[in-house]
Ligand binder design. Sequence first.
Ligand SMILES: CCCCCCC[C@H](O)CC(=O)SCCNC(=O)CCNC(=O)[C@H](O)C(C)(C)COP(=O)([O-])OP(=O)([O-])OC[C@H]1O[C@@H](n2cnc3c(N)ncnc32)[C@H](O)[C@@H]1OP(=O)([O-])[O-]
Ligand SMILES: NC(=O)c1ccc[n+]([C@@H]2O[C@H](COP(=O)([O-])OP(=O)(O)OC[C@H]3O[C@@H](n4cnc5c(N)ncnc54)[C@H](O)[C@@H]3O)[C@@H](O)[C@H]2O)c1
Length: 711
Amino acid sequence: MATYSRLPGSVALITLQNPPVNALSAAVRQGIVDTVQRALKDPKVTSVVICGQNGKFCGGADIREFAGPMLGPPLVPMIHAIEAVDKPVAAAIEGVALGGGLELALGCHYRIAHSKALLGLPEVTLGLLPGAGGSQRLPRLIGLTAALDLITTGRQHDSSFFSSLHLLCVCSQSISSVCVSGQSLDSRRLSTLPCPCPPDVDSLLDKTMVKVRQRSRGALAPVACVQALMAAASLPYTQGMEKERDLLTTLFNSGQARALQYAFFSQRVVGKWSLPSGASWDNSAARTISKAAVIGLGTMGRGIVVALALTGISVVAVETQEKQLAEASQVVPAMLQREAGRRSLATPPGVISFSSNLQDVCEVELVIEAVFEDMSLKLQVFRHLTSVCRPGTLLCSNTSGLDIDRLAAVTQSPGLVVGMHFFAPAHVMKLLEVVYGPRSSPEAVATAMQLGKRMGKVSVAVGNCPGFVGNRMLKPYLEQANFLLEEGATPQQVDEVLEEFGFPMGVFRMSDLSGLDVGWRIRKEAGLTGPGVESTRTRQGRRYSPLPDQVCEAGRLGQKTGRGWYQYDGPGGRVARSDHWVNIFLEAYRAEHGLVARSIAPEEILERCLYALINEGFNILQDAMAAGPEDIDAIYVFGYGWPRHHGGPMFHAGQVGLGRILERLQHHHHNHPDVPHLKPSTLLRRLVAVGSPPVQKWREFINKERVHSQL
Ligand SMILES: CCCCCCC[C@H](O)CC(=O)SCCNC(=O)CCNC(=O)[C@H](O)C(C)(C)COP(=O)([O-])OP(=O)([O-])OC[C@H]1O[C@@H](n2cnc3c(N)ncnc32)[C@H](O)[C@@H]1OP(=O)([O-])[O-]
Ligand SMILES: NC(=O)c1ccc[n+]([C@@H]2O[C@H](COP(=O)([O-])OP(=O)(O)OC[C@H]3O[C@@H](n4cnc5c(N)ncnc54)[C@H](O)[C@@H]3O)[C@@H](O)[C@H]2O)c1
């Protein structure tokens, strides 16, 4: 709703009220229409101010309403009517003015904002465009070039940025009253202004279109945003609005908008974690960490030190190898400086001290171990830590998939051991898996979740199983990719299909980037390869592809050695080029194993890679290693480059249709009976049997099935 009051004198104050962000629900829109009418009718009122309750102007259209029928007064005519009134209307902006909120402000004749307010048009991130006149009014006010950047990226900025674009005036005190009466309104109605364009407008629009298509492969909304701005640049306002409406309608009805809106809410759902034990934010107190230590300053350790220091935490950084320590003490401060600059951080980051002595961690409150992925080494480190740290210190491991409970077992307080699984580069990537073992205390989980949040991560609580959630699902995906090579595909063919789907990198380019030795080491640890293991295509009772091991044995470890599944300009090179060596190698491999290469359709490549991964997601839900499909989807979107406009693997399964996924898995399993990952999970079968409920209902269904021991 919106409330109406008269300030002393002649100003009417309209206050939007819809906690927590004053989203423009049907009731708020109705409230605005009614209160504006009241202000117009009152002869004593000469000007109107619109503001939001609780220091927040408005978070935009109410996204929750998008799923149902549109009720209440529509937004576009409402804003148009405000712009048309003959008493000056000002938007007084505190907190946020986002999406429809900023569009409402653009319909006002004046905008005044608190210096700390945050503004932007993030609709593109929800699969939409600013469809309440934003795509037509904003460029008329700030020019086409700046509007293109803001609208196609959805980037948010503070008021000083927008004041430099003459979008608003900034004030540093709390906004309580604004008086703007007595001035002519003619030039204040943005819809009447021409759109300022640079001389090379066509080339600007073409270049932006190419850029957005490259940046967000397959995503519809960024393209529609450019098209709407083309209309703003070339058509009168009314026709531009028609174009905006048509484009919005197309987007609104697209699966991509539903996927992106689901992704918005799933990010918030996973933040409200709860464990099968019943532990959650509500009953678990998190400790505030101010001093931490990181053990092992390789790829991951360095990034973790930077992530902690950026949060203002003092860090003791420990590394046993002299050369690594010397290098890290040069590289880490530079990384920290760069990242602080990129984030425009004014406050000084936490202090870092480097050491080769594990004894130096004795005063910290939390330790993150990031040594090699080797269980015996990690056990040794945890034994040492538990003897030198103060009682009550939280001991965390950045392991990619080893058993957290085994690590906990060698410490004095197993309840204080959790996994904190960061993703490379740890100071940049948004995902953090917080792994709880059977003995991890709610306090330890809450502290790790809270710390992740402070570091700006999307933290997801996951159970303790090999590979946890993300890497456990990655295994069948990688496995299928390798089998496809055996059967006749090339790395490029597989990668192209996955990139066409929307992944920023196909599976082989991604493996080259991460380093092929990472998986090689894990397979050796699991006894799947290495000296003494027979070179067959069946290992531990199932189909196995030794291809990636043989690539490593040839000294090709990916980008770091300049050669992997592709070739690069040299060690550390970034541009992947196809490599004749790989084709010869694959031919020789097939000949050795009596395999006849066949032509494989893109659909088969996509289905086998994605559906094997999705199937493992169902197994994970069934095993209660993830609380719900939203958790899995957030992990894949934030940690593994799953295209956000496909929502996440579990959401995608729902969009494809669970019946179809089941049928295709059955088909592929029939063709490859020696691949257990293709055998449809019981949960998938159960969901199909009850009529394939929407993804939002799975959590409830799983809990019920568990109670009745059906899973
Ligand atoms: C035919 C139709 C025509 C339409 C015309 C198009 C109009 C327009 O162009 C489209 C839009 O405006 S699109 C919209 C464009 N706007 C955006 O994209 C802004 C989206 N919002 C944000 O970016 C962040 O929430 C804020 C920065 C506002 C606050 O961040 P923070 O302080 O970290 O808080 P937090 O944890 O993030 O949220 C707290 C709670 O509020 C909830 N909620 C939030 N916004 C909501 C909304 N608009 N709605 C509903 N709910 C919304 C959120 O789910 C959570 O609920 P929970 O039940 O407690 O979990
Ligand atoms: N690289 C990735 O993409 C990635 C992603 C997520 C998690 N991880 C996990 O993070 C951990 C570290 O991986 P990485 O890629 O940074 O490895 P890395 O090989 O780059 O670095 C490991 C570092 O640990 C040091 N080290 C070894 N024993 C030590 C000890 N006893 N005390 C102190 N330092 C010691 C080594 O000298 C080395 O500098 C592993 O468990 C790995 O599985 C890696």
